[in-house]
Ligand binder design. Sequence first.
Ligand SMILES: C[S@@+](CC[C@H](N)C(=O)[O-])C[C@H]1O[C@@H](n2cnc3c(N)ncnc32)[C@H](O)[C@@H]1O
Length: 282
Amino acid sequence: MPRSPEETRHLFDRWASTYDEDLRQPSGPLDGYVQSLDVAVTLLPLAPNAAVLDIGIGTGAFAAMLATRGARIWGLDPSPEMLARCRALHPAFSLAVGSFSDIPHPDEWFDATAASFAFHEVPPGNRPAACAEVVRTLKPGGILCLLDIMFASSAAAAEARTRLGRYWDDQEEYPLVGDLDALLRDAGLRYTRWQQTAPCHWVGGRNPGTANAHAHQGYSSLSPPLGLTGSNRASCILEADSWSLRRAARPEGAAASKVRSSWRARRTTLLGNPASSATWTP
Ligand SMILES: C[S@@+](CC[C@H](N)C(=O)[O-])C[C@H]1O[C@@H](n2cnc3c(N)ncnc32)[C@H](O)[C@@H]1O
């Protein structure tokens, strides 16, 4: 059963003092944490002095990488202890208690918004409002970079759960890429693009290439997935139609069938035209 927001806050308050040390050798769904941050930071083109919001900033690991590229950082987190640690490590950041659903800034305020490994903490019922709040505070043409534990399909999530065994956290509900994309689009985001960065991680958001007509860079010019295996890998998404059709005769839940049709409709938008997308094939 998922944790309540209150339980989540307590969890991170307790974890704050050892969080950075623990994430040096991550396991379970967070395996590949550092590699994923390294990839995600390259996806966010930032003008000098860009105003960047990091939601669920934690101890500031991702924001610190953005700050070294000249961004001015605002950070929100519901855990006062994570914020205290972040403040001690990064005194130049502007930090406040807050969450995806509660961004204390005016409309169209940020040049870019980032979030790493935090969105899955938003209870599923609150996710549409959370996406709307993120889009509300982003300038027109602003970039969103959302990195998290995510899966291409419910089958990929089930496979990861089996593979990770006791390392899987039953109190967390990880989004499906297609569902999150639909939520962001419903909230008003356009030109989205997604990239897998580790066995259980995807990063996505507004495609920087299409936000600016002259510079088609970023997500679409990335190198292939980094030696990833399993059905969560991007190449399997490209094959999702035939895979789904093969499975269509078997009984499966409404969620799986929703994802299947969602992927059929969105495949080209999310991953480009498979026929011309050589970087995404194995
Ligand atoms: C796994 S940590 C990630 C921290 C940091 N972004 C990083 O990459 O190291 C998740 C963070 O999300 C915060 N969080 C939990 N629920 C949240 C919510 N509803 N909105 C925003 N942040 C949340 C937690 O307090 C915690 O600091």
